[in-house]
Design a protein. Structure first.
Length: 81
């Protein structure tokens, strides 16, 4: 059943607004991770992960794990090239 109280409707609006914003940030994180092939791009990706963890969008350990994997991947590819 749909919410009909004023507070319920407000909560629904807030939730939708947060969901849209969070999806945009998550998408940006994925894009930055894919593009992180140079040290400059890597720096931007790491900063974005830190910011997402700081705002609570992703857990700090998740951010740390993703950062570790990104750095390892960039090191492997730059060492091979």
């Amino acid at each position: 059943m749909a919410k009909r109280s004023k507070s319920g409707l407000k909560h629904k609006r807030q939730t939708e607004k947060r969901r849209v914003q969070n999806r945009a940030v998550e998408s940006r994180l994925k894009t930055l991770a894919k593009e992180a092939t140079t040290p400059e791009a890597l720096k931007a990706a790491l900063a974005a992960l830190d910011k997402a963890a700081g705002s609570g969008l992703i857990h700090k350990n998740t951010a740390a794990r993703r950062k570790s994997r990104l750095v390892a991947r960039v090191r492997r590819t730059s060492g091979a090239a």
